[in-house]
Design a protein around this ligand. Structure first.
Ligand SMILES: Nc1ncnc2c1ncn2[C@@H]1O[C@H](COP(=O)(O)OP(=O)(O)OP(=O)(O)O)[C@@H](O)[C@H]1O
Length: 306
């Protein structure tokens, strides 16, 4: 199984450090979400992993080797960095056939990935007539063509309709379940939470977090419970007596912070307070992410450029 390993990776563009001493590993068998504000260095890091740019210092390797040293790299690593990469006057099928031929990939893979990405019906149409979502699917088809163990996709949900979003979520989970190494950059927090097991988060070229999604959320966002009773007086009294941090809404329900539904439910049962509604509100990835990056957004730290 193949990991991506980034060690002390630094990339300078003039005086700007797009990657600043980065170190993390992307492991097989799970989807790793790659997050960070605009300009944090995600695309730069992906380009360095793919050997499209040279690091100023440090290394990025795939299965222990730099990309440039891989034999038949398209059969090891599939990537989508720019969905506009196919020539507009070619059909999707011809584009994929040319890619397959030049990388010694069996022609049968072309039909397999056209099916897999839902493009089989439109495969003979010129790419120039494709919508953004269809071009995105074609870019993903190209990434999957060599049946690679390692997959890097930069904003793959870009331009996809709701059905496409559900499709990509299932696709990514399936790729990880096969044991592949999957790194996905995104700005869509709900989406990332729906497919990622693990997160690598950058801010201004530095590593801010390398953590399982669930742990990241639990460490940063306090859970809340919504509760409603037919005996509003008894409920309010109980919450106050136990020192709960609670807010009452106009519909009579309360939001209780810093507690869990099981804990509160137990207490209500013990004291005989009738419950009409008791709902856990788990923290979201968006809340946790905004908490982390609030102080890190590039525009707050960089002087204005003229
Ligand atoms: N070829 C380049 N020449 C000069 N500066 C660059 C180049 N590529 C990236 N940068 C700079 O490096 C920093 C990191 O950019 P990068 O595109 O890697 O960030 P990102 O996290 O992918 O951002 P986004 O979410 O907006 O895609 C930015 O300040 C960017 O302006």
């Amino acid at each position: 199984m193949t990991s991506i390993d980034v060690r002390d990776l630094t990339k300078e563009y003039g005086t700007r450090r797009a990657a600043d001493g980065l170190g993390f590993s992307v492991r097989p068998g799970r989807v790793t979400g790659f997050l960070g504000p605009n300009g944090a260095g995600k695309s730069t890091t992906m380009r360095l992993v793919l050997g499209l740019d040279r690091p100023t210092a440090g290394t990025a390797t795939i299965g222990g080797r730099p990309y440039a040293a891989l034999r038949e790299p398209l059969r090891r690593v599939g990537a989508l960095l720019d969905a506009g990469a196919a020539h507009p006057s070619r059909s999707a099928r011809d584009h994929l056939r040319a890619l397959a031929a030049s990388n010694r990939i069996p022609g049968a893979r072309v039909d397999a990935v056209l099916e897999q990405t839902g493009l089989a019906e439109v495969a003979r149409r010129r790419v120039g007539t494709y919508s953004l979502g269809m071009r995105q699917r074609l870019g993903i088809a190209a990434a999957l063509l060599g049946d690679p163990e390692v997959i890097l996709l930069d904003e793959p949900a870009n331009g996809l309709d709701p059905e496409g979003i559900v499709w990509i979520r299932t696709l990514l989970r399936g790729l990880a379940a096969d044991g592949r190494t999957v790194l996905i950059s995104s700005h869509l927090m709900n989406e990332t939470a729906s497919f990622a097991d693990h997160l690598v988060i950058l801010g201004r070229g530095r590593l801010l977090a390398d953590t399982p999604v669930r742990e990241f959320i639990d460490a940063r966002v306090q859970p809340e419970v919504r509760v409603r009773s037919s005996d509003a007086g008894a409920l309010g009294e109980l919450l106050a007596r136990h020192g709960h941090d609670a807010v009452r809404h106009t519909d009579g329900a309360w939001t209780v912070r810093h507690t869990r539904a099981e804990e509160l439910g137990h207490l209500l049962a013990q004291e005989g307070v009738p419950v009409l509604e008791l709902a856990a509100r788990e923290g979201t990835l968006e809340q946790a992410y905004l908490d982390l990056t609030a102080a890190e957004a590039e525009f707050t730290a960089q002087p204005q450029e003229v």
